[in-house]
Design a protein around this ligand. Structure first.
Ligand SMILES: *Cc1c(COP(=O)(O)O)cnc(C)c1O
Length: 301
């Protein structure tokens, strides 16, 4: 069994827009929620994998999961396997490709299989899983690492923040892909005065339904404000002006937040969230004196 990590830091972010608006802005640095700096096993991916990592029969086992070719979840689980001594195999959506994420996964010793989009849609169907060779003794983690058992662990980031702040924040803002982290935070914040602002990284109006499907207590939805104006064209799309090149040649972005306030952000989730919250601060959405926490959920580039 792998002992849980200590709380990630909560930092004040003295951004000029926040200072001008009189908003007390904080960042919950879950990008530091990891065993090793810059490891893909970080942030909400660690929290969501907590039920798996808590198992006492993990060593030497085969863990199977699913994801897109740039999936942070696949990278995180593969790193967990290398670090904690279990094997991993992934079914990747789409035709066979190579990219930095999948190269890293291969270096970690994981096996990859590619499934065309039609087949991939059946990934969680047990009959289909048998056909593609999954065995009963293998441990299956669903796409994105989100499962009901993960929600309390994903939501623990909210309780940590309240502890560190000494009070419930007025706003707790986070990005969403599968909505699993958002659902966990909503459950944790239920009954508090906090508004949970969720910024989907994908285009469309289905995220509320997705989050509702995760919730065991639908009344927790009353804390939700879904902010859909900052998907910037859809999943993995973002303004060209955000593009920075790291020494490794991969893409990172600043989204209007300059050094030394924060290191670069990854463009798929967190840059959109920061850009959205800063825009809303400048537009006067948050009251003067209010506390706003941005969850920096991590992310690799
Ligand atoms: C995976 C991921 C998300 C999305 O989390 P969900 O629980 O799937 O909504 C957000 N931010 C980062 C950095 C991620 O890697």
């Amino acid at each position: 069994m792998i002992p849980p990590l200590p709380a990630s830091p909560l930092e004040r972010l003295h951004h000029p827009a926040a200072e001008a608006a009189g908003v007390q802005l904080f960042v919950k640095r879950d990008d530091h929620y990891s065993w090793e700096p810059l490891d893909p096993l970080q942030g909400n991916k660690v929290r969501k994998l907590a039920p798996l990592l808590a198992r006492d029969d993990l060593r030497g086992r085969m863990v199977v999961s699913f994801g897109g070719a740039y999936s942070n979840h696949v990278a995180a689980l593969s790193s967990a396997g290398r670090r904690f001594g279990f094997r991993t195999r992934f079914y990747i959506r789409g035709e066979a490709v190579r990219n930095p994420t999948l190269d890293l996964v291969t270096r970690n010793g994981s096996t990859l299989h590619f499934l065309d989009r039609t087949a991939y849609r059946r990934k969680h169907d047990p009959d289909f899983q048998r056909v593609i060779g999954l065995r009963t003794e293998e441990i299956v983690v669903p796409e994105g690492g989100s499962q009901r058992e993960s929600l309390p662990y994903a939501g623990a980031v909210y309780a940590e923040t309240v502890d560190q702040l000494g009070t419930a924040p007025d706003y707790f803002c986070l990005s969403a892909g599968t909505g699993g982290t958002a659902a966990g935070v909503l459950l944790a914040a239920y009954g508090s005065p906090t508004r949970v602002e969720v910024f989907p990284a994908l285009r469309g109006d289905w995220m509320a339904k997705e989050i509702r499907n995760w919730l065991t207590a639908p009344e927790a939805l009353t804390g939700l404000d879904l902010i859909t104006d900052f998907s910037f064209g859809g999943y993995a799309r973002f303004p060209a002006a955000w593009r920075l090149y790291t020494p490794a040649g991969s893409v990172a972005t600043r989204a209007e937040i300059k050094e030394p306030l924060l290191p670069p952000l990854e463009p798929v989730y967190t840059a959109k969230l920061f850009a959205g919250v800063l825009h809303r601060i400048s537009a006067g959405y948050y009251p003067r004196g209010g506390t706003v926490v941005i969850l920096h959920s991590g992310g690799i580039y």
